[in-house]
Design a protein around this ligand. Structure first.
Ligand SMILES: O=C(O)CCC(=O)C(=O)O
Length: 251
């Protein structure tokens, strides 16, 4: 995979808007590989101590079981490890220093898969680990309005964190303008941990996979192991769940 390099205009757009979209930055050959890697990860057996697989029930097809998300992939897949490495350089350009990987996942959003309520990523308790994070989205399948592409608010990231562990309220959103951000395979989006965003359920008949990797400044520490240890306590992958215990996805 080639290393994406941001232009000065792209860096400026990120600072102004809280996100920036790079169109077609990974080419068709690179995306054929990433698409194959995502298919590999989907079929890898679910085992304790390996990649973390989360399921959901279809919103449209009765009780059909869907994969909604797979996290903690790169330790078990060389391709995604390579991807986390090449994305470090452009994130470092935005952070102004070297980046450390914090977490990564593929959101599958299969047909009938649910969307995401409006939120800031840092609302998921990330401020416990570091002050600031940047997430990078690599679009694997075309993301459209119909299949639940990302919706972003420009310019609101400068307000900082609204509050932890609760999505944004109607009051918070009174002056926010959520704009659909459709993406094609090979598009890359960088976004600030305070940039409000959301997405709708997938009402199409095709899966919409997007890869997300999140980084913090290396000078703020390497928190990946602690983040996943804490998350395993509160919201483990489905295979590690205790019978009778209620697990609630908050943000
Ligand atoms: O995959 C999506 O549609 C949005 C994902 C998102 O907002 C998140 O994972 O925080």
């Amino acid at each position: 995979m080639k290393t994406p390099i941001l232009s000065n205009e792209q860096i400026k757009a990120f600072k102004n808007d809280g996100y920036v979209v790079l169109r077609g930055d990974f080419d068709a050959d690179e995306m054929t590989r990433v698409e194959q890697w995502a298919s590999d990860v989907e079929t890898m057996p679910e085992e304790t101590g390996k990649q973390w697989v989360y399921h959901e029930k279809s919103l449209t097809e009765g009780d059909k079981d869907l994969i909604c998300r797979i996290e903690n992939i790169s330790p078990f897949h060389n391709g995604f490890e390579e991807l986390t490495e090449v994305l470090k350089a452009p994130v470092g350009q935005l952070l102004g220093e070297e980046a450390a990987l914090f977490k990564e996942k593929i959101n599958f959003k299969m047909p009938g898969g649910d969307g995401f309520k409006p939120h800031q990523d840092s609302q998921a308790g990330w401020d416990k680990y570091a002050e600031f994070f940047i997430s990078v989205l690599v679009c694997i399948d075309e993301a459209t309005v119909e299949n639940g592409c990302l919706q972003m608010v420009a310019g609101n990231h400068t307000r900082g964190l609204y509050r932890s562990w609760e999505p944004l309220t109607e009051d918070d959103m009174a002056d926010m303008d959520f704009v659909h951000c459709p993406t094609k395979p090979g598009d890359i989006v960088f976004f600030d941990c305070y940039a409000p965003h959301a997405s709708d359920p997938n009402t199409s008949d095709k899966t919409r996979r997007i890869y997300f990797a999140t980084y913090n400044k290396l000078s703020e520490g390497d928190h990946l192991a602690q983040y996943y240890a804490d998350k395993h306590e509160n919201y483990p992958p489905d295979i590690d769940r205790l019978a009778g215990k209620d697990y609630v996805y908050r943000v």
